[in-house]
Design a protein around this ligand. Structure first.
Ligand code: 13P
Length: 336
């Protein structure tokens, strides 16, 4: 008998915990390793992920789930223990990125559509057998003077809904991630433009989820925060980001959704923590609000590690610190 989707989602959203996005594709992890001058080999990727998953305090007390990449879910630690078993031993739910990336959309200049639906049912069944109990699919929405268009928003929302339905059929909780990006090539948009596009994207996604019979109680939303583009000369205060993000989510996300876990999207480590904490401190939210950060949980750890075995403990301390700060933010009690 498989576990109920609601119970898996509740375990992922338990109080004061959040999700570690460690599902960088081979191309993305290479970019991260380039910053420390490290060649991205299979062993280097394993060593790095093993270091994170063996950070006992972080993994036990602050991290409720980990998003893995296809290579990682099949990998073994240096001593032969499957990495998935390391996660399970800490109580973290293993998850898996299942999309095949955002590709240029035909006849839609500057827009992308996420691929990966073909064969997804079979892949989900295999991942379930490997221990995955949740999955992630990311749609990328870029703001420019001419984008997004309804064409691209609709295609991405439709793909997210088909993915989410296949996940639920397989006993896997879908993380539905429509990311309005803040660090794209033309990202000089204001916070209010981000609000409008995020609202449009979320409304479109929830319409498609409804049509596809997806159970809202058995999914988690992974949205961007409502925030100005990185190149916008006018950056909003942390209070404004928190207030506009909650306003937008309340207008778009039904209270049947058990949890919302933000991406960090290129925010500084501390901003990502502060924004989350301010939102939770507001109180009166209809869903759990936590983190599903990649960069904001890992940047300091990668830097401290530098690819050197003698720095493993320092990297684990850096990761544990960010995880603890974000745990406080998930409770709304973080302060600088
Ligand atoms: P960031 O927190 O680095 O944006 O990554 C989260 C993620 O999983 C994006 O898909």
């Amino acid at each position: 008998m498989s576990e109920r989707l609601e119970d898996i989602a509740a375990a992922m959203m338990r109080d004061g915990q959040g999700i570690l996005a460690a599902d960088e594709s081979s191309g993305t992890i290479k970019k991260r390793f380039d910053t420390i001058g490290l060649t991205s080999t299979e062993d280097a990727r394993r060593d790095y992920r093993e270091l994170l998953f063996r950070s006992t305090e972080a993994m036990t007390d602050y991290i409720s789930g980990v998003i893995l990449y296809d290579e990682t879910i099949r990998q073994k630690a240096a001593d032969g223990t499957p990495l998935v078993d390391l996660l399970k031993a800490t109580g973290s739910v293993p998850g898996i990125k299942v999309d095949m990336g955002a590709k240029p959309m035909a006849l839609a200049p500057g827009e992308k559509v996420t691929e990966g639906l073909d064969g997804l049912r079979e892949r989900l069944n295999e991942y379930y057998g490997l221990g995955a109990r949740f999955a992630k699919w990311r749609a990328v929405i870029d703001i420019s003077a001419t984008t997004p268009t309804y064409n691209a928003l609709k295609a991405n929302a439709h793909a997210l809904a088909r993915y989410a339905a296949l996940c639920q059929e397989a006993g896997i909780v879908p993380i539905v991630e429509p990311e309005v990006i803040m660090d794209g090539p033309d990202a000089d948009h204001t916070i209010d433009r981000c609000y409008d596009v995020t609202e449009w994207a979320l409304k479109t996604v929830f319409e498609e989820l409804y049509v596809a019979n997806v159970s809202l109680e058995g999914m988690i939303l992974k949205p961007n925060m409502v925030i100005a583009g990185q190149k916008c000369p006018t950056q909003a205060s942390a209070e404004e980001v928190a207030e506009k993000t909650v306003k937008c989510l309340k207008a778009c996300v039904p209270s049947a959704v058990p949890g919302i876990a933000f991406l960090s999207g290129g925010q500084s480590d501390e901003d990502a923590t502060k924004h989350l904490s301010l939102m939770n401190a507001m109180g009166g939210l209809p869903w759990k609000l936590t983190f599903s950060y990649g960069r904001a949980l890992q940047a300091a750890a990668i830097k401290a590690w530098g690819g050197k075995p003698e720095n493993v403990a320092a990297a684990q301390r850096a990761f544990t610190h960010r995880a603890r700060m974000n745990s406080l933010a998930a409770l709304g009690t973080w302060s600088a």
